[in-house]
Design a protein around this ligand. Structure first.
Ligand code: GDP
Length: 598
């Protein structure tokens, strides 16, 4: 019922030499050249063809050409192929919902959630988690959303590779659109069976037959037209047909016999990760095999940690995350990269060995962009770029992974007229070149687990260049936040000190003087008075002028401050001649360092 192609899969990069492609296919070079010629491509044995060309001729020759897989994709393959122990049990299917924008993916997921997750089970459904679990007739289904943010494409790829099937949503009033085709292509490449949900059937303009025609044109011939593609008519708005869709998903997963081991250490994929300023690194993972528990040592690429707490998609704390379950994990030392494989270990040493190997791999491949200007964080809309004060930064990290994570975080740190400006990034030690650049560009050097040799340290001291090395990303982020705050204009705040009442005039001002200088006697009626404090003169409840207390005396002695209840001799300089019976508010102005609110 559900379409699934089995072909010989060949992995290549963006380009491949004809000879090498023939070798991978296990056919004669002449055979391949002939096939290329059929497609009007005249390439000789040592010439290169691009990926798309390889896909076309590969298809004709019965091969599925795929891009060299990432660690992530290999992981999926690995988990799929891995000899599962005898104890392997049924696991829920993981379903990704894809389709053209506005065809109703979100509405569908919302509807499924609201009708299939018992309300009151938790403190509410977390909106920003991109995977959910629902229960239908005792069967659990994991759904994955494909978020519409900038990382949409890579996220969707990720989604497809960690899922068991794709539901392609097509609006019945719109038909197959470019993103529908893209999604179908993608699901096919990833070897995912496809189920089509023909949505919006409640609309008067709905034309189900037209959608089916569109589908057959992109190689998805509906079952009822003699093909293999299951189409379910639904309305995400009214809920019609959704039960049927869920039944189909369950039917499919029963056929696929999706299994996993529950009693081994967990493995899975990091779907999302971010730095929460309050609680540190947060990772949302999908468990593929095994069970993850608090206290387990975990790795994801070069990042390590130990599970502190875990929440399910509803935000409820859980003690075990089992296969196909999306789980939010606290306990990583740094932000792991989305798309990396998470592995759990009983013993810290095993986890350390894995991250060390990963660090080694990254050092080998190194980063090619040392010394290049990378970026500056984009300023907010409407902000005048010229007026933005920049915090120049040079960043050195121990691995490419951590460097990328740091750049990602720092680039978003901006606002209130200040922003980070990353001048240079690199993997490795802090060097004299970095110090020189920092001095000439007035930049701060930030290291992340990077070393500095003693000569460089001396050189930095001599040049008066500040560098800071961190081992934890959120400490690094709060340092940058502090430095950004220092760039903000200090704010002047008024601090009220007290009140006084004028009881006698001792010395009147000179009549011709522009500035009023005089001495009066007063009673501090509230709070306190301070030498240097500012006063506002009030007469009959209205402000008549202002000035400063340039001298403060008590019992003919100069004092710096005087509390309420005392009489004071006040030397006043201001813009009004004070009269007996006037009252004055005493205050001072303070400069206060602002803290950026990002
Ligand atoms: P997405 O971009 O694919 O996530 O699409 P949305 O779920 O945001 O839906 C786009 C628009 O279509 C919204 O205005 C929905 O209310 C509407 N919509 C979605 N499903 C249906 C449906 O079954 N019937 C009708 N009439 N409108 C729908």
């Amino acid at each position: 019922m559900v379409e699934k192609k089995e072909k010989n899969i060949i992995e290549i990069g963006d380009n491949i030499v004809v000879k090498d492609l023939a070798e991978k296919m296990g056919i004669k070079v002449t055979e391949l050249i002939a096939e290329l010629m059929k497609n009007k491509i005249f390439a000789s044995i040592n010439e290169t063809v691009d990926f798309d060309t390889a896909v076309i001729v590969g298809d004709d020759l019965g091969f599925e050409i795929m891009k060299v897989r990432t660690e992530l994709e290999r992981g999926r393959q690995m988990i799929k192929k891995k000899e599962l122990g005898k104890k392997a049990k049924k696991r829920p299917p993981v379903v990704v919902v894809m389709g053209h924008v506005d065809h109703g993916k979100t509405t569908l997921l919302d509807k499924i959630l609201s009708t299939n997750v018992a309300s009151g089970e938790s403190g509410g459904i977390t909106q920003n988690v991109s995977a959910y679990q629902v229960k239908k007739k005792g069967e659990v289904i994991t759904f994955m959303d494909t978020p519409g943010h900038q990382a949409f494409h890579s996220m969707r790829e990720r989604g497809a590779f960690i899922t068991d099937m794709a539901v392609i949503v097509v609006a019945a009033d719109d038909g197959v659109k470019p993103q529908t085709k893209e999604a179908v292509e993608f699901a096919k490449n990833a070897g995912l069976p496809i189920l089509v949900a023909i949505n919006k059937i409640d609309k008067p303009e709905a034309n189900i037959e037209k959608v089916k025609k569109d589908l057959s044109e992109i190689d998805l011939l509906p079952e009822e037209w003699g093909g293999q593609t299951v189409c379910v008519n639904i309305s995400a708005k009214t809920g019609e047909g959704i039960d049927n869709l869920l039944d189909m998903i369950i039917l499919y997963s029963d056929m696929e016999e999706l299994r996993a081991e529950y009693d081994v250490m967990a493995e899975g994929f990091i779907m999302e990760s971010y730095l929460d300023p309050q609680i540190g690194p947060v990772a949302v993972a999908l468990i593929q095999n095994g069970t993850l528990k608090p206290g387990d040592f975990i790795t994801a690429g070069p990042v390590r940690g130990r599970v502190k707490t875990m929440n399910d998609f509803k935000g409820v704390s859980i003690k075990a995350a089992t296969p196909s379950m999306p789980v939010t994990i606290l306990g990583f030392n740094n932000v792991p990269k989305a798309g990396s494989i998470i592995k759990a270990f009983k013993v810290r040493k095993e986890a350390e060995a894995v991250t060390e190997a990963s660090l080694h791999d990254e050092k080998e491949s190194n980063f090619a962009n040392g010394g290049k200007v990378i970026s500056s964080s984009k300023t907010g809309e409407g902000e005048d770029v010229e007026k933005i004060k920049k915090l120049n930064l040079i960043i050195k990290a121990d691995t490419k992974g951590s460097l990328e994570a740091i750049i990602q975080i720092l680039e978003t740190m901006k606002g209130e007229g200040v922003a980070t400006h990353i001048l240079k990034t690199g993997v490795g030690n802090i060097t004299e070149t970095d110090i020189k650049l920092a001095r000439s560009s007035d930049a701060k050097i930030i290291g992340f687990n990077s070393s500095v040799d003693s000569n460089t340290r001396k050189f930095a001291d001599k040049e008066k260049v500040v560098f800071n090395n961190f081992g934890i990303i959120y400490e690094l982020a709060s340092y940058v936040k502090e430095e950004l705050s220092k760039l903000l204009e200090a704010e002047i705040v008024r601090v009220d000190l007290g009140k006084l009442k004028v009881i006698a005039i001792f010395k009147l001002p000179r009549k011709s003087a522009k500035v009023v200088d005089m001495i009066f006697g007063a009673k501090i009626s509230n709070g306190k008075a301070e030498k240097g404090g500012r006063i506002e003169i009030m007469r009959n409840g209205e402000k008549v002028g202002e000035g400063v207390i340039s001298e403060l005396q008590h019992n003919k002695k100069t004092v710096s401050e005087l509390k309420s209840g005392n009489n004071a001799g006040i030397t006043f300089r201001g813009n009004v001649t004070v009269q007996e019976g006037d009252e004055a508010l005493i205050y001072k102005e303070e400069k206060r360092q602002r803290t950026i609110s990002i």
